[in-house]
Design a protein around this ligand. Structure first.
Ligand code: SF4
Length: 275
């Protein structure tokens, strides 16, 4: 069993300006992520090398983030806060620290909207809060595949896809706006018709939108020891436009709203979020 080293820190700022066009602020109570997805490149922007070099095994906890946020919001114009824009805010440590819940509670009571993206059904713990403020909340579950073998390969410590889909149903049933983040698309791994059809079916059944995203190939993935190393070569000549058109057309036929993720971003990741 992999051990995780937890580092606690205090912060002077809880929110950062977001680089995403439809999000005003970003909130990331944890730096580093237990889920350890092979394609995750958040590690590239983490200043603490112990975290970036041991991705998934060292996690920084902003232990005073709720208190800091409570003071900070008094001086900010309410807007949309992206929760977990860099690292998953509902990773297992949240079950112990409850920093995400505490922060969302502060934000919603102060008139902010929250947009949450996670892979973890732990979010269901907070359904009472999310439901109370459902007009100010949207929740996205990342689902890259329904094949558990592939999921274990690319997202070794994240909850299984079926658990995420089940969480999506439960959030949606409470009248909360939901979406599916279908990405990254890794050629020959999760771009087959059956996966696309299952994603669309899930979106239809839960009234969710779909955000679809390509694989962002980074240098560390070219290392021979990296799990995606062999697959990377197939991304070079990949006809992303063809795949995207196919998915968009299928969504249109099914009456499901679908769009490419990050198309309007000022930058893929706002570096200042890692504070
Ligand atoms: S859940 Fe998100 S932040 Fe965490 S390792 Fe996976 S891709 Fe990275």
């Amino acid at each position: 069993m992999t051990r995780v080293r937890v580092l606690e820190t205090t912060v002077y700022r809880a929110l950062s300006r977001s680089g995403l066009s439809d999000v005003d602020y970003a909130l990331n109570p944890y730096i580093g992520c237990w889920h350890s997805c092979t394609y995750c490149y958040a590690r590239l922007y983490v200043r603490n090398s112990a975290i970036s070099k041991n991705w998934g095994s060292v996690i920084l906890v902003k232990k005073n983030i709720v208190e800091t946020l409570s003071r900070e919001v008094k001086h900010l114009r309410p807007g949309v806060v992206g929760v977990g824009t860099i690292t998953d805010a509902y990773q297992p440590l949240e079950a112990i620290y409850s920093l995400t819940r505490g922060s969302i509670d502060v934000l919603l009571k102060e008139g902010f909207r929250v947009s949450i993206q996670t892979k973890n059904p732990l979010i269901l713990r907070d359904l009472d809060l999310l439901e109370e403020y459902r007009d100010k909340v949207d929740v996205g579950l990342t689902i890259t595949t329904f094949n558990s073998r592939i999921a274990e390969f690319i997202e070794p410590r994240a909850p299984p896809p079926k658990a995420r889909a089940s969480a999506l149903y439960k959030v949606s049933e409470r009248g909360i706006k939901t979406w599916i983040f279908y990405g990254p698309i890794i050629p020959s791994l999760n771009d087959n018709d059956s996966t696309v059809d299952e994603i669309i079916e899930l979106a239809k059944n839960t009234g969710s939108e779909i955000l679809i995203d390509r694989l962002r190939v980074k240098n560390f993935m070219y290392k021979h020891s990296h799990p995606l190393h062999k697959l990377i070569s197939s991304t070079r000549n990949y006809e992303w436009g063809n795949f995207l058109s196919k998915v968009l057309n299928k969504c249109l036929e099914a009456g499901v709203k679908c769009m490419e993720a990050f198309t309007k971003t000022k930058s893929q990741r706002a570096l200042e979020e890692f504070t």
